[in-house]
Design a protein around this ligand. Sequence first.
Ligand code: DGP
Length: 113
Amino acid sequence: MAETVFSRIIAREIPARIEHEDDRCLAFHDVAPQAPVHVLVIPKRPIPALTALVDGDEALIGHLVLVATRIADRLGLAGGYRLVVNCGRDGGQSVDHIHVHLLGGRALGWPPG
Ligand code: DGP
């Protein structure tokens, strides 16, 4: 699989403002925030997209979501927030390494563009 900018962030070759790290995932602030809080939670394993998930990945995906909720609590998003996973070009995915966007800190519109 081609290396992405996120693999380079995991390897600390590119700096990022890190919120959380454990053996399975890394969470860091988005370089181009779309809301006052915009954090990306990524698996350390470089899965390119939702379409590449296989049986056995359930716990990993659940872990990413749980970590995102804990960061939301820590960052004070008591009024609510949104988790987004873009998939493929039509889904707005630009980095081919699965990531959960945590967006909050303002009222978010619906439907998304
Ligand atoms: P998506 O469009 O769903 O693939 O989101 C990719 C996000 O990654 C986008 O919101 C911008 C963010 N991003 C891209 N390059 C970097 C980087 O070098 N550092 C950080 N912190 N975020 C990045």
